[in-house]
Ligand binder design. Structure first.
Ligand code: NAP
Ligand code: MG
Length: 402
C-alpha cells in the first residue's frame, strides 16, 4: 500500500511517562504504516526540558506559530517530589501554561462518544464542547484577611499615578473578614470571544456564553458587551448563513439549558465557571481517557492534546514489567485532530480521510466490546460483552479494523 504523503510538517511535542510510551506505540501501530509522517519533533519530556532549561517548550510553541498545527503528549508539571525524582535544576513551569501564554489561546475540551458508554446525563447524545477563558478573574486575584474595624477601598489611579476614584468596598464594623480584588482585560476577553466564535463556526455548532451580569453589573457586563460587539462585527452573518445560534444568557440559566440539551453545543465559560463546569462535563460523559483538548489561538493556530495527565500510576507498573490497560483514545484523537487540521489547511484530502478512518476504527473497537480497563465498568450494550485489553493489544485491535 502506498503511504499518504504530507506537505507541511506537524509540530510534534513528545511528553512523559505512560503517555510517552503510548505515543510511540500509536505512531508505530496506527499511523506510520499508513502515513509518511512528517513532523518537526520537540522532546518536551521532563529530562529534556531540564537539559534545555525549558527552552524546548518555548521553541515548540514558536514552531506552532510558524506551521499552524501541533500535537502534544501529556507532560509532567514538576512539583517538589518531581524535583528529587528527576534531579531537576529548577521547578520548571507548566508546559501547557507556557504554550498557552505564547499562543494566547483558548482551550476547548470535547468528549469522544461511543455507543455503549452512556453519559450520566442520558439526554446527552452529542458532544458538549467547553471553552474556558484561561486568563484573569480569581486566578490572578489578590486577597486578604482584614481585622474588625478596618475599612477596605477600591482605588484606581490613572497612568500618571493620580487617583481617579476611591470607593468603599466594606466597613468591617463589628467583625473581621476577607476582601478580594480581581481583574480582567478587554484584549484578553476579545481574543477569547474570537477564538470561541471561530471554533463554533468551524465545528458547525451553536454557542452559549453566560455570565452573571445581573449581579456583576460592570465586570460581567463587560464580558457580555465585548462578546456582543465581536459577534455583530465579525460573525453574525456567518452564523446566520449556517443556521447556527449564538445565545447569551445568565450562568444559572445556561447550566439548566445544558443539562436539558442533547448536546452539540459550544459552551463558552468565564475562567472559574470553566474550571468547575469542565470537570462536571468530563465526568458526566464517563471517563477522563475519552476527553480531548485543543488550544486555539485567535489567529488560528492549533495545538491538540489529551485532557488527562501522564497516568503516573500506570507508568510505574509498566516500569516494573507489568502490563497496563491505559486508555489511549484521547491521545489517538489528538493525533487525528492534528492530522485532519493539517490536511484541511494543505488541501490534502487523503490525510483528512485517514484521520476520519482512524477515529472511526477506534470508536468501533470499543463499540464492538474491545476496550481498556477504565471503560469496562461503564460499558453496557445489548449483545456485546466488554473485554479488557492491555494498552498495546487495544491499539492492535484498532489496527485490525483499519
Ligand atoms: P492523570 O495522569 O490524568 O491520572 C489520574 C488517574 O486518572 C490515573 O491514575 C488513572 O486512574 C486515571 N486516568 C487518567 N488518564 C487515564 C487513561 N488515559 N487511561 C486510564 N486511566 C486514566 O493525573 P495525575 O495522576 O494527577 O497527574 C500525573 C501527571 O500528569 C502529573 O505530573 C501532572 O503534572 C501531569 N498532568 C499533565 C497534563 C497535561 O500535560 N495536559 C494534565 C494533567 C496532569 P487509575 O490510577 O485509577 O487507573
Ligand atoms: Mg477544575
Amino acid at each position: 500500500m502506498e503511504k499518504i504523503r504530507m506537505t507541511t510538517p506537524l509540530v510534534e511535542m513528545d511528553g512523559d511517562e505512560m503517555t510517552r510510551i503510548l505515543w510511540g506505540w500509536i505512531k508505530e501501530i496506527l499511523i506510520e504504516p499508513y502515513v509518511e509522517l512528517k513532523t518537526e519533533y520537540y522532546d518536551l519530556g521532563l529530562p529534556n526540558r531540564d537539559a534545555t532549561e525549558d527552552r524546548v517548550t518555548a521553541e515548540s510553541a514558536e514552531a506552532t506559530k510558524k506551521y499552524g498545527v501541533a500535537v502534544k503528549c501529556a507532560t509532567i508539571t514538576p512539583n517538589a517530589q518531581r524535583m528529587t525524582e528527576y534531579n531537576l535544576h529548577q521547578m520548571w513551569k507548566s508546559p501547557n501554561g507556557t504554550i498557552r501564554r505564547i499562543l494566547d489561546g483558548t482551550v476547548f475540551r470535547a468528549p469522544i462518544l461511543c455507543k455503549g458508554i452512556r453519559p450520566y446525563i442520558p439526554g446527552w447524545k452529542k458532544p458538549i464542547v467547553l471553552a474556558r477563558h484561561a486568563y484573569g478573574d480569581i486566578y490572578n486575584a489578590v486577597d486578604e484577611r482584614v481585622e474588625e474595624g478596618s475599612k477596605t477601598y477600591l482605588v484606581v489611579t490613572d497612568k500618571d499615578g493620580k487617583e481617579v476614584s476611591r470607593r468603599l468596598i466594606h466597613d468591617f464594623k463589628g467583625s473581621a473578614g476577607i476582601v478580594q480584588g480581581m481583574h480582567n482585560r478587554d484584549d484578553s476577553i476579545r481574543s477569547f470571544a474570537h477564538s470561541c466564535f471561530r471554533y463554533a463556526l468551524e465545528e458547525n455548532i451553536s454557542m452559549y456564553f453566560a455570565t452573571k451580569d445581573t449581579i456583576s453589573k460592570v465586570y460581567d457586563r463587560r464580558f457580555k458587551d465585548i462578546f456582543a460587539e465581536v459577534y455583530e462585527s465579525d460573525y453574525r452573518a456567518a452564523f446566520e448563513a449556517k443556521g447556527l445560534e449564538y445565545l447569551y444568557t445568565l450562568i444559572d440559566d445556561a447550566v439548566a439549558r445544558v443539562v436539558r440539551s442533547e448536546g452539540g453545543i459550544l459552551w463558552a465559560c468565564k475562567n472559574y465557571d470553566g474550571d468547575v463546569m469542565s470537570d462536571m462535563v468530563a465526568t458526566a460523559y464517563g471517563s477522563l481517557g475519552m476527553m480531548t483538548s485543543v488550544l486555539v489561538s485567535p489567529d488560528g493556530k492549533y495545538e491538540y492534546e489529551a485532557a488527562h495527565g501522564t497516568v503516573t500510576r500506570h507508568y510505574y507498573k509498566y516500569l516494573k514489567g507489568e502490563t497496563t490497560s491505559t486508555n489511549s483514545v484521547a491521545t489517538i484523537f489528538a493525533w487525528t485532530g492534528a492530522l485532519r487540521k493539517r490536511g484541511e489547511l494543505d488541501g490534502n484530502t487523503d490525510l483528512v480521510a485517514f484521520a476520519d478512518r482512524l477515529e472511526g476504527a477506534t470508536v468501533r473497537t470499543i463499540e464492538e466490546g474491545e476496550m481498556t480497563g477504565d471503560l469496562v465498568s461503564l460499558f453496557s450494550s445489548e449483545g456485546v460483552t466488554a473485554k479488557k485489553l492491555d494498552s498495546r493489544a487495544f491499539l492492535q485491535a484498532i489496527a485490525k479494523r483499519m
